[in-house]
Design a protein around this ligand. Structure first.
Ligand code: GLU
Length: 329
């Protein structure tokens, strides 16, 4: 094993991990208040054996992230993957949309070097702040060559989660993320890292080309007693795809399903996900997807189903069978 410390590109986007101004209480703070240089400086004080190369992409709350930031993040990651002097990438990120950014990068980056997203639930100046520990854990993961081949990962709460499986499941707990259908890939602390199995990704290549833009895709949450008018409204504003955050196994009132089937027949792909916290949505359980042309989201919740559907449509995949294959993969 080489004694040369790994060189890690650290991309800053903002979020609570860079949050400041809370006066110790964790309230009333500004996500992204600290620059990535300051964060990396805090970490350097821990004496971790890694060379960190800070680069600022943005300093925002991740509720405001969008295509421009994703494009910059992807380009910076591609640069690092092509640069033999860089061993890995860490991106600091707000937790609100870490699952969307994580999945987008997972779908569109090769797996040749570790790519790690990290966030925090408490601002950097709050009592009991978790950001520096999560950051130190992310450095531990990114420094391990065995982290390559696992796709994009999220490090939070002493756990390493596959971006495809991770979702935010609590608004303020420092254990805010859950992993489904697989559990976490590893346990990590600043001094230890235990992988629970070998890398799971097949092949090094990116699954999809990074898009030149993302289409308008909406999430429609089903509610008891609703009618089909919201579906019509979404089509009326030019949605190119719809994700149903359905009841149970992706269900909705009959008139809503009929309107969604009409949208699918008109060439707007429709994916049935669930508003339930966790679980698989399968094909042809209560709805006859084969007959009505809808797609089952399988293990992806609404936010990630929307991201995958946007990437598929941007890559020219709109036919229900091919969209389904994307969700099955
Ligand atoms: N809403 C902010 C964001 O997602 C802060 C939440 C957080 O980072 O935990 O960036």
């Amino acid at each position: 094993m080489s004694n040369i410390p790994p060189r890690i590109l650290v991309l800053g986007t903002g979020g609570t991990i860079a949050g400041a101004g809370s006066g110790g209480t964790g309230a009333g703070y500004r996500p992204g208040g600290l620059s990535i240089e300051v964060l990396v400086g805090h970490l350097a004080a821990l004496g971790l054996s890694a060379e960190l190369l800070p680069q600022e992409i943005a300093r925002i709350g991740s509720q405001d992230i969008g295509f421009a930031e994703w494009q910059a993040l992807h380009a910076a990651c591609m640069g690092a993957l092509a640069d033999p002097s860089v061993d890995a990438v860490i991106a600091t990120h707000g937790t609100d949309t870490a699952e969307e950014t994580g999945l987008l990068l997972d779908l569109t980056l090769p797996t040749t070097k570790p790519i790690v997203l990290v966030g925090a639930m408490r601002p950097a100046d709050a009592v009991g702040a978790d950001g520096m520990r999560n950051f130190a854990n992310a450095v531990k993961v990114a420094s391990d060559p065995a982290a390559a081949g696992r796709g994009v990962m999220l490090v939070m709460g002493d756990a390493v989660l596959a971006a495809r499986d991770a979702r935010k499941a609590a608004t303020s707990s420092i254990d805010a993320f859950k992993s489904f259908p697989r559990g976490s890939l590893a346990r990590v602390t600043p001094s230890g890292l235990d992988w629970f199995g070998p890398p799971h990704r097949v092949g090094e290549a990116a699954r999809y080309a990074f898009p030149t833009g993302l289409p308008r895709v909406a999430i429609l949450t089903a509610g008891a007693g609703m009618d089909e008018q919201p579906v019509k409204a979404l089509l009326g504003i030019g949605c190119k795809g719809v994700v149903l955050a359905g009841m149970g196994q992706g269900n909705a009132p009959a008139s809503v399903i009929t309107a969604l089937a009409e949208a699918a027949a008109a060439g707007v792909p429709v994916v049935r996900s669930t508003r339930v916290d966790e679980g698989i949505v399968d094909r042809n359980v209560e709805e006859d997807d084969d007959a009505i042309g809808l797609v089952a989201a399988r293990a992806l919740g609404p936010a990630k189903a929307r991201m995958l559907l946007m990437v598929l449509i941007a890559n020219g995949v709109t036919d229900a069978a091919r969209v389904q294959a994307g969700f099955d993969g």
